[in-house]
Design a protein around this ligand. Structure first.
Ligand SMILES: CC(C)(COP(=O)(O)OP(=O)(O)OC[C@H]1O[C@@H](n2cnc3c(N)ncnc32)[C@H](O)[C@@H]1OP(=O)(O)O)[C@@H](O)C(=O)NCCC(=O)NCCS
Length: 296
């Protein structure tokens, strides 16, 4: 019902251009984006509840981090509310993030990435792309921190830390809504990639492939799988010095945005330090680039 597509957005953009003029367009575009995102979220939530009234909201996992009792605090604004609320009544953010990975709409099935013969890999088990499991956090950290060694000595020294991603940071990202997927090969994850829906766009976050498996198509297959499920515009941020990562995304149709857009996007959609903003770039997919009101 609320499936607003790009054509509709383009029509709205033209109307907005006529009504408000070019100066105020970015402001109104951001407002419109926020409204569309909220309506979509509310719409999918309603239909989920309608389609499955007896199992929604989902039962908390056995090892759920939420405290027992009738009230829980919103992870975003701290507002105390009942466990039955899917969204915080105060700030509107999705609750129930103790379920990992957070529910996606629609449920994304595990896919077979590619047959071992076709990929040229000598594997005994078929590679799979599937959500990261809670018991695989250590394996994900190991992949991320090994692959992130590529940054060591390349990104500014004051941006480097060892380990590059501590466990608490990864867990905080998961809690903040980054939904990690893995590429499993030989029965274990060898690549991870996250997606995060923020306002009117989806971000690709934390893409890392075990160095032993790099440049064999793992990252490409993970990215293609995530992009397939994303209806709206997609953005990705990376270090300006990580030329190989920029090349990787460019090969998948992403383009670097200009400096002014980059600063605005990193501030709007990411929660990173001013220093990281200064030393990062943003690449946008063709869907984002096709909407003139989004960029300079
Ligand atoms: C970037 C990354 C996720 C890509 O995954 P991958 O499985 O290696 O990528 P694919 O095999 O699907 O694609 C390889 C392409 O990516 C680019 N690329 C990736 N690593 C590269 C490297 N070390 N040197 C040059 N190009 C590289 C190239 O365009 C390459 O194509 P080519 O082999 O034909 O030249 C992975 O290399 C990685 O983890 N790198 C270190 C961490 C990182 O930079 N992450 C990005 C965070 S946003």
């Amino acid at each position: 019902m609320f499936g607003i597509g790009f054509e509709e957005l383009l029509v709205l953009a033209v109307i907005a251009f006529i009504l408000f003029g070019p100066e105020r367009l970015p402001e109104y575009a951001a407002k419109l984006g926020r409204i569309v995102a909220k309506v979509r979220e509310a719409s999918s939530e309603l239909s989920r509840q309608y389609q499955n009234p007896f199992t929604y909201p989902p039962e908390p996992a056995a090892d759920a981090a939420l405290p027992a009792g009738p009230e829980v605090a919103c992870q975003y604004c701290g507002h105390k509310t009942g466990q039955e609320f899917a969204f915080c009544p105060k700030c509107g953010q999705r609750q129930q993030l103790d379920q990992y990975p957070p529910p996606l709409q629609p449920a994304e099935p595990t896919v077979e990435a590619q047959s071992p013969e076709a990929s040229g890999e000598s594997q005994t088990a078929s590679p799979q792309i599937r959500p990261l499991r809670q018991d695989e956090i250590d394996q994900a950290l190991s992949i991320i921190n090994q692959a992130a060694q590529a940054y060591n000595g390349v990104i500014p020294a004051d941006c480097w830390q060892e380990p590059y991603m501590p466990e608490e940071e990864l867990r905080a990202e998961i809690t903040a809504g980054v939904n990690f997927w893995v590429y499993e090969s030989e029965g274990r994850p060898v690549g991870v990639m996250g997606r995060q829906d923020v306002l009117d766009v989806t971000l690709i976050r934390h893409a890392y492939v075990d160095p032993e498996f790099q440049r064999q198509g793992v990252g490409s297959r993970l990215l293609a799988h995530l992009l397939k499920e994303m209806p709206g515009p997609v953005l990705v941020g990376t270090w300006a010095a990580a030329w190989w990562a920029i090349r990787f995304y460019e090969e998948h149709g992403f383009k670097l945005v200009c400096q002014k857009d980059k600063d605005r996007l990193l501030t709007t959609y990411w929660n990173i330090s001013p220093r990281q903003t200064e030393t990062s770039v943003v690449l946008a997919d063709p869907k984002w680039l096709a909407i003139p009101i989004y960029h300079e």
